[in-house]
Design a protein around this ligand. Structure first.
Ligand SMILES: [Zn+2]
Length: 497
């Protein structure tokens, strides 16, 4: 190292200290921005230009999901995203139960409130410098409608798992799909963009659809892009190919590249304005092919286990840094990270946001920024950093040690001990999560002891029931306990889709 020149690490630390300044900005507003050093305010460029969070809105589990959040909770969450320099908010409402079109009578008021809320969120997110993208899946329709049209049911594993999907090769499916999408796109026509998803879940693998797998997908792109642009001519249009690579493997038939080729031919020069979304890290993702063909590309960061109801924070410093670095190196237009349960996982989303901004920032600095953002207390944050790093290790590799889980719980409790009562109440999900993880890890140590498993499952339930954050999940706790124990035992590395 040349004397007088800062080391790379010091440089990164310094540039990140500036980022830390902006992390605080969300709290202090525009006045503080003027006091930031010029080097940061105008100087630093993000590694990835468009950085989004994809809020996937599932069945309600208050306050893990957003359904019943009040203005203050929403504002705090959006402030946190903005402080993480997120500049895009994606959202998806599960149409089977959350549509405002033909929904079940018992869901009507809730769904209307949710639609009104998400319209409000579009405005609030915009005020914080974000563009908003609404995701929709045409073949996945309101359950009440689906039940009235048995002949249209799709032939796909999602349907067998109870999801209301219809077959796009049946002519009578199209008026239904159009009506539902028209209604929903009308609700959110002020969004900055729309993303069409085929399999979230949806799609069909019946004999007719299999004859030409790309055809019904291309027709959806054609029809629904036209509807979207009628609603909002300025809107961006995105198409999610996730996870066609999984279907290709399953069917042993390639059709993803063919779909891209046909989309390009269909749109002509306009295809360059369309973004293709796909997995950020799957080896057979179509992002590379889409980029080569001249589409915009949005990398989907799905840092969860798709099959597991793991409702707990799972910090992913190494994975996020590595993945964000690759997305940046591949030169994609943007990236967006999945978020299903912001009530207990927003800290992980915040870390992801910072990693997308600068993947070279060391893990301990990411942890420090997140700890500071959430505790708003430098001393508590300092203590929380090693706990967050240990937390990642505990869940990543599998075969966790019960003593490590106990230490994690104690360290988190100690880190938060000096905070005000109000702040500790706000962060109660943090120690509650470590208590739940402690029980799961204990479960991994006694896999063959049925009586002990039963006792631990009951303790898992009472642990969750005692937490305001997790009590809505407690009724499912005993049923999912064995599944979660297996996942923790294997490690997230092995469980990641
Ligand atoms: Zn079909």
């Amino acid at each position: 190292m040349t004397p007088g020149r800062p080391s790379r690490r010091r440089f990164l630390r310094r540039s990140f200290a500036a980022l830390g300044g902006v992390v605080a900005l969300g709290r202090f507003g525009r006045g503080a921005e003027a006091e930031q050093p010029d080097a940061f305010v105008v100087g630093q460029k993000p590694a990835i230009g468009e950085r989004g969070v994809y809020l996937n809105i599932p069945a309600p589990l208050h306050p893990l999901t957003v359904h019943d959040w009040d203005d203050a909770r929403w504002s705090g969450y959006l402030d946190t995203l903005a402080a993480g320099r997120i500049n895009r908010l994606y959202f998806y409402l599960w149409q089977g139960s959350h549509s405002d079109f033909a929904c079940a009578p018992e869901h009507r008021d809730r769904n209307r409130r949710l639609h009104e809320r998400m319209r409000w969120v579009i405005g609030e997110a915009r005020q914080r410098g974000m563009k908003v993208v609404f995701l929709f899946c045409p073949t996945y329709i309101p359950r009440v409608l689906w039940q009235q049209h048995r002949a249209l049911h799709a032939d796909i594993e999602y349907v067998r798992a109870g999801f209301p999907c219809i077959c796009p090769s049946q002519p009578k499916s199209w008026p239904l799909m159009r009506k539902v999408c028209d209604h929903e796109l009308e609700w959110f026509k002020d969004a900055d963009g729309f993303q069409l998803c085929f399999y979230d879940p949806g799609g069909c693998m019946c004999a007719q659809c299999r004859r030409d797998l790309a055809a019904p997908l291309l027709r959806q792109v054609d029809e629904f892009s036209r509807i979207a642009w009628q609603k909002n001519p300025q809107a961006e249009f995105q198409v999610s190919l996730w996870p066609i690579w999984a279907w290709e493997s399953h069917l042993n038939r390639p059709y993803g590249v063919e779909l891209l080729d046909r989309m390009k031919a269909h749109f002509g020069a306009k295809h360059g304005q369309i973004a293709i979304a796909d997995s950020a890290d799957h080896p057979r993702s179509f992002l590379g092919a889409a980029k080569t063909l001249g589409f915009q590309t949005q990398a989907f960061v799905f840092s969860t286990d798709v099959e597991s109801p793991f409702v707990f924070l799972n910090p992913q410093f190494a994975y996020l840094r590595r993945t964000a670095a690759r997305i940046a190196a591949e030169g994609h237009t943007g990236a967006f990270v999945h978020s299903l349960l912001p009530g207990s996982k927003a800290l992980g989303t915040f870390v992801a946001a910072l990693a997308l901004w600068n993947p070279e920032v060391p893990a301990d600095e990411l942890a420090r920024a997140a700890a500071l953002r959430f505790t708003d207390d430098p001393s508590a944050a300092r203590k929380l950093v090693p706990a967050l790093l240990a937390w990642e290790s505990l869940l990543l590799n599998g075969n966790p040690k019960p003593d490590d889980a106990i230490a994690l719980r104690r360290n988190v409790e100690q880190a938060l001990a000096s905070l005000s009562d109000a702040r500790r109440q706000e962060l109660e999900w943090l120690p509650a999560t470590t208590r739940a993880i402690e029980v799961l890890v204990e479960g991994t140590a006694v896999p063959d002891d049925a009586l002990r498993q039963k006792q631990l499952a009951a303790r898992f339930r009472t642990t969750l029931a005692a937490s305001p954050t997790f009590k809505s999940f407690a009724p499912q706790a005993e049923v999912v306990f064995p599944h979660l124990v297996r996942m923790v035992d294997r490690g997230w590395k092995a469980a990641h889709f």
